[in-house]
Design a protein around this ligand. Structure first.
Ligand SMILES: O=C(O)CCC(=O)C(=O)O
Ligand SMILES: [Fe+2]
Length: 349
């Protein structure tokens, strides 16, 4: 089945109900969606593609309102930053040394062994809390990335509001849950992970980023225009998320799965390393505050299950947990199945 296209501009006019239904379908069927910044007739368009599988989300938004000019600058400063400030370090990094060592110690490339405990990637994270440590040698990097983050954060909030509505939750429900309530001083966390997947001499021996689901809420990914590598697991098969120029891929993490009581599943994905090309990817994460308690929205818990729980019988599939407790487990178990993480976080809370 082809991936449907959703026009975001129709959210504000005629055709709103159809648009919401298309997004809802995409959210349930896939675990990702993509947004492309193309200004069409002067207003933002939301262009989603979805297809049938088991409750994952994959949508592509077009004309999301982030200017091409800003996206072009983001690409430029990120690539320059890699070349200037990161590449020399990557050449000396652990994955490069480990791969080199594996190949040197084997008769044939790798001798059938693979590097299964490391990612062949260069990465650093930007947040409001570490602004003073952002790369400062690359002209325009800090200013451009601050501007980009402000735009992406707003887009993330709009996406969460669409999800609220599609799930039948009050407007602002997801954001407030991620903030840990209106009164919590320690609000939801918005981080931006700037990654490069440099050319890898033996892509068969190591992944760019091993298969995982994301821990948090909504992830907005600006991937390379040309160099591919991102794949999602759909019906037991790895499917390429092909680059679309100036598109932003959106997927949902484990906390949306919990909050939606399993209606929106976090999707398994990975990045394959490639021999040619240096893939740039900039993933922005809208995550709960570490002290926020995340639980299925009561509106989404069916009554029968609620009664069972009240009677002390089998716990619902997604009980409540503190996000910080979940993260402590996630850092140890990121590349393993998510269900044991949910169970362990409940015990820790
Ligand atoms: O680079 C990508 O396309 C994906 C990155 C990712 O999955 C992550 O950072 O969690
Ligand atoms: Fe991820």
């Amino acid at each position: 089945m082809g991936i449907p296209v959703v026009d975001f501009s129709k959210l504000n006019g005629e055709g709103r109900a159809d648009t919401m239904a298309q997004i809802a379908n995409g959210c349930k069927e896939w675990g990702f969606f993509q947004v492309r910044a193309v200004i069409f007739s002067g207003f933002p368009v939301f262009n989603a593609f979805c297809g049938h599988t088991e409750m994952l989300l994959l949508l592509q938004l077009v004309n999301h309102g982030i200017s091409e000019e800003l996206l072009e600058r983001v690409k430029k400063v990120s690539s320059e930053c890699y070349r200037l400030e990161r590449e020399p370090l990557f050449k000396e990094s652990k994955p490069v040394k480990m791969l080199d060592e594996l190949v040197r110690s084997s008769d044939t490339a790798g001798d059938g062994k693979r590097l299964d405990d490391i990612d062949y990637e260069d990465v650093f994270t930007l947040s409001d809390d570490n602004f003073n440590q952002w790369a400062s040698l690359t002209p325009g990097f800090k200013e451009t990335m601050a501007e980009y983050r402000a735009e992406l954060k707003k887009l993330g909030e709009r996406v969460m509001e669409v999800m609220d509505e599609n799930l039948g939750l009050p407007n602002g429900y997801i954001k407030e849950a991620f903030d840990g309530g209106k009164e919590n001083a320690n609000k939801a966390f918005f981080g931006t992970k700037v990654s490069h997947y440099p050319p890898c001499p033996h892509p068969e021996l190591v992944d760019g980023l091993r298969a995982h689901t994301d821990a948090g809420g909504v992830i907005l990914l600006f991937q390379d225009d040309i160099v591919g590598g991102l794949q999602i697991l759909k019906d037991g098969e790895w499917i390429d998320v092909l680059p679309v120029r100036n598109a932003i891929v959106i997927n949902t993490g484990d906390q949306i799965e919990v909050l939606s009581n399993g209606r929106y599943k976090s999707v398994w994905h990975r990045v394959k390393s490639t021999r040619d090309g240096n893939r740039r990817s900039i993933a922005s994460f809208y995550n709960p505050s570490l002290d926020a308690t995340i639980a299925p929205a009561p509106q989404l818990v069916d009554e029968k299950k609620g009664v069972e729980e009240a009677a002390g019988q089998a716990m619902g599939h997604y009980p409540r947990m503190v996000f910080g407790d979940y993260m402590n487990i996630y850092v140890e178990q990121k590349f393993l199945a998510k269900e044991p993480r949910f169970k362990a976080a409940v015990r820790a809370t």
